[in-house]
Write a protein that binds this ligand. Structure first.
Ligand code: HOZ
Length: 429
C-alpha cells in the first residue's frame, strides 16, 4: 500500500502543527510509523490521500456509530448550514436535542451543552465542588476524562499510550485535591471514604472504562460507588462520553439502573460534530450560571450544525435500535480475533461490550490499569502494523477501544478475521 502522499503531508504538517497532529493519539508514535491523512469516509470505510481503502475501527474515536457520512445527517447539516453557522444566541435546535437526551436518560433533568468531553468533565467537577462546598475529588487509574489539569493524573488514552499518565505542566497544587484509586477496587474506595469521606466533593468514573482499552466494571462496582457517595454526601459523576448512546439508547446507567448525580456525554450525541454536555439533577444543575454562581460558558456551545447532527443521529438510533445487532456483530468479531490469536499461540484476550472492544495482548484479561500495563505493547504494535498494511485501520494504541458502526457488514467482519489470522501467523514472539 503506497503511503507517499500521507508521508509528505505529515512532513508538511510538522512544520506548522505541534507534532504534526491536533491530538496525540492520532500520531502513530506508540506503534511506529506516520499517521495516515484521510481524504474521506463512507460507511465502514475510510480512504487516505494515497487512495487506499481501510475498514475503520476508530470511528473518529467513538462518534461515528452510524458509519461515515450518513446521508440523512449530512443532508440535515447542509440545510442548517445554509441558514448560518453560529449565532451566539439560542436556537430551537438546542432544546430539541436536550429534550431527546433528557427523555432517554432519567438521571438528567437539566443539562448544559459544551463543545468537548474535556469541557464537560471540567465543568462537572466545578459544579460538584460548588454544590458540595468540598474540594477533593476521586478518579480511577486509567480512566480518562479529557485533558483537564486535575483529571490528567494517572490517566488513560494518549497519556497512557505515551507513558505519561500524569502530564507535566500541572502544578502540584492543582492535582493536590485529586485522589486516585484503582478501577474496580471497591474496598479501596470504602477505606478512603471512611477516612476522608467528609471532604470528597465527587467520584468521577467511566462506567465502562474505554480509555485503557475496554475494561468492564466488576459486578457491584458501580452500585457500590453509588451507595458510598450517597452515604457521605458526595456526588457521583458518570463520564459517559464514550458509552452514551453507544451501548443502548441512553447511557450505560440505564442498563445498570443507577442514577448518577451528574453525567457527561459527548461523541455519539454530536454524530461527528463537536458536542458534549454535562447534566444531572435539577437541584444540582440550578447552580450553573446564570441561574447559580458556578460559572461556565462557551462561544460555540450549542452550535446549530452540531445540534442538528446530534438530533438526526439520535433519531436514527431511536428508530433503528441497532444496539443488539451491534453487540452481536462485535461479539463475533472480538471472539473471532481471539480464537485466531490463540491458534497462533499468542496471548490474546478480547474484551467487548456493545460496539466497543479491545484485543489485549495479555495472558490474563485485564480488570484495571496495572493489568493493562502488563500487556505486551510490542506484540500489539506488530499486530497494528500488519492490519494496517492489509487495509484495517485500528486505534494505534493498546490502551484504546475499537468501535464498530451500524455500517460494518458481515463481509467486513469476515475480512478482518481472515486478515488477522495471517497477521497473527507473522507475529514473532
Ligand atoms: N477519548 C479519545 C481517545 N481515547 C479521545 C481522542 C483524542 O484524544 O484525540
Amino acid at each position: 500500500m503506497g503511503k507517499k502522499m500521507s508521508e509528505a503531508a505529515f512532513l508538511e504538517a510538522e512544520k506548522y502543527i505541534a507534532g504534526g497532529v491536533d491530538s496525540p493519539v492520532r500520531a502513530f508514535k506508540a506503534v511506529g510509523g506516520d499517521p495516515l491523512f484521510i481524504q474521506k469516509g463512507k460507511g465502514s470505510k475510510i480512504y487516505d490521500i494515497d487512495g487506499n481503502e481501510y475498514i475503520d475501527y476508530v470511528g473518529s474515536w467513538g462518534p461515528a456509530i452510524l458509519g461515515h457520512a450518513p446521508e440523512k445527517v449530512i443532508d440535515a447539516v447542509r440545510k442548517v448550514a445554509e441558514r448560518g453557522l453560529s449565532f451566539g444566541a439560542p436556537t430551537i435546535l438546542e432544546t430539541e436535542l436536550a429534550r431527546r437526551i433528557i427523555k432517554a436518560i432519567p438521571s438528567i433533568e437539566r443539562l448544559r451543552f459544551v463543545s468537548s468531553g474535556t469541557e464537560a468533565a471540567m465543568s462537572a467537577l466545578r459544579l460538584a465542588r460548588g454544590f458540595t462546598k468540598r474540594e477533593d475529588i476521586v478518579k480511577f487509574t486509567g480512566c480518562y476524562h479529557g485533558h483537564v489539569d486535575s483529571l490528567l493524573v494517572e490517566a488513560g488514552s494518549g497519556a497512557a499510550t505515551f507513558g505519561n499518565p500524569t502530564s507535566s505542566g500541572i502544578p502540584k497544587d492543582f492535582a493536590r485535591h485529586t485522589i486516585v484509586l484503582p478501577y474496580n477496587d471497591i474496598d479501596a474506595c470504602q477505606n478512603l471514604f471512611k477516612e476522608l469521606g467528609e471532604t470528597i466533593a465527587c467520584v468521577i468514573v467511566e462506567p465502562i472504562a474505554g480509555n485503557m482499552g475496554t475494561i468492564l466494571p466488576n459486578e457491584n462496582f458501580l452500585s457500590a460507588l453509588r451507595e458510598i457517595t450517597l452515604k457521605y454526601g458526595s456526588l457521583l459523576i458518570f463520564d459517559e462520553v464514550l458509552t452514551g448512546f453507544r451501548i443502548t439508547y441512553g447511557g450505560y446507567q440505564n442498563l445498570m439502573g443507577i442514577r448518577p448525580d451528574i453525567t457527561c456525554l459527548g461523541k455519539v450525541i454530536g454524530g461527528g460534530m463537536p458536542v458534549a454536555l454535562y447534566g444531572g439533577r435539577k437541584e444540582v444543575m440550578s447552580l450553573v450560571s446564570p441561574q447559580g454562581d458556578v460559572y461556565q460558558a462557551g462561544t460555540l456551545s450549542g452550535n446549530p450544525l452540531a445540534m442538528i447532527s446530534g438530533i438526526e443521529t439520535l433519531d436514527i438510533l431511536r428508530r433503528e435500535n441497532p444496539y443488539l445487532s451491534l453487540h452481536q456483530t462485535t461479539e463475533k468479531l472480538a471472539l473471532g480475533l481471539e480464537e485466531e490469536g490463540k491458534r497462533s499461540n499468542l496471548p490474546v484476550k478480547a474484551s467487548f461490550i456493545g460496539s466497543m472492544f479491545t484485543l489485549f495482548f495479555c495472558d490474563k484479561m485485564p480488570g484495571n490499569f496495572d493489568m493493562v500495563n502488563r500487556c505486551d505493547t510490542s506484540l500489539f504494535s506488530m499486530y497494528f502494523k500488519g492490519m494496517l498494511k492489509n487495509g484495517v485501520y485500528l486505534p494505534p494504541s493498546q490502551f484504546e477501544t475499537n468501535f464498530l458502526s451500524c455500517a460494518h457488514t458481515e463481509d467486513d467482519i469476515r475480512k478482518t478475521i481472515d486478515i488477522s489470522k495471517e497477521v497473527f501467523k507473522d507475529i514473532k514472539r
